[in-house]
Write a protein that binds this ligand. Structure first.
Ligand code: SF4
Ligand code: SF4
Length: 293
């Protein structure tokens, strides 16, 4: 990914900033913040889009930027769209998450796919790569924030990133190939993640990145309730194992289906800041190993 000219996915509302520096404290890549003035400013091109500062700011001075406004304008203008929804929807909308599909369809979205099936395709891609190239290590890369971190701050690990599409990308490619009825539709990704937008920019796939938070805000602003929509099943194939993909250890449990002893060969590092600290040391421990050819 070329990070020069990366689009901003975090915004600072300077009027609200009280210069408390909580955002800097939680930021895993401190140097994207400038705390030397009366308010904190930041350099978008050095930000990996993890979103930690949004949750840390108690004053509403940091907000995430997604494509909700453009999405809602276009869907109301009857532009054909297919939505791909991340499994974390079950956390954000609890037991009502199938009603969320009904809500999307009522808005005018033509079909709603679960990204979990794409996650199974991603796992297959990792396994094929491992079988063909036998690399000394593979770093799974379903998360664009971690990919940005490696590309910007730990480039020595780039050769170990799995050369495979993310679950979201795999799902889009599958729809393009096997669902001709949705040809010409735009793709809207629905997830908790702001940094997906940069993945779309880098790959040329994906049209709108909209977070659960924006949908929740929209429902609140329009005095609407998810409970009033009929539940609607996902379109497309159902995932078997990868429904766990976005839960802690979910990727590993999906791979277990193919490699029974994968847990013995895998390091599962999750959570911030642990994952960034781990990656910071990983490059050094791999120094004497050959990167994959
Ligand atoms: S946490 Fe919020 S209020 Fe505090 S310095 Fe950062 S942006 Fe400003
Ligand atoms: S999104 Fe993450 S990397 Fe970017 S400024 Fe906030 S905490 Fe730092």
């Amino acid at each position: 990914m070329n990070y020069k000219g990366l689009r901003p996915i975090i915004q600072i509302i300077e009027d609200k900033c009280v210069n408390c520096h909580r955002c800097i404290m939680v930021c895993p890549v401190k140097m994207c913040n400038n705390g030397s003035g009366n308010v904190v400013t930041f350099h978008s091109e050095l930000c990996i889009g993890c979103g930690a500062c949004i949750n840390a700011c108690m004053h509403g001075a940091r907000i995430g930027v997604d494509d909700f406004d453009q999405f809602i304008q276009d869907v109301k203008a009857k532009i054909n769209m297919v939505a791909i929804v991340a499994p974390a929807i079950a956390v954000s909308f609890g037991g009502e998450y199938l009603r969320f599909n009904g809500f999307l369809k009522k808005l005018g979205v033509k079909a709603v796919f679960d990204v979990s099936f794409g996650a199974e395709l991603t796992v297959k891609s990792y396994l094929n790569y491992q079988k063909k190239k036998k690399p000394p290590m593979i770093i799974a890369q379903p998360c664009p924030t971690l990919v940005s971190f490696i590309e910007m701050y730990r480039p020595e690990l780039i050769p170990f990133l799995a050369p495979a599409d993310s679950p979201m990308l795999h799902t889009m490619k599958m729809i393009k190939r096997y669902f001709p009825q949705y040809a010409g539709c735009k793709f809207v990704a629905v997830s908790p993640c702001y940094s997906k937008r940069r993945e779309f920019d880098a790959t040329g796939f994906g049209d709108y990145n909209v977070t659960f938070k924006s949908f929740q805000q929209y429902l609140e602003d329009t005095h609407d309730r998810i409970e009033k929509y009929e539940p609607a099943a996902y379109d497309g194939p159902q995932a078997e194992r990868a429904v766990l993909f976005s839960t802690p250890g979910g990727l590993m449990r999906t791979v277990e289906r193919y490699i029974a002893d994968v847990t013995a060969k895998t390091r599962k590092i999750e959570g911030s800041p642990e994952v960034y600290h781990y990656l910071a040391h990983l490059g050094r421990s791999m120094e004497n190993r050959e990167p994959p050819g």
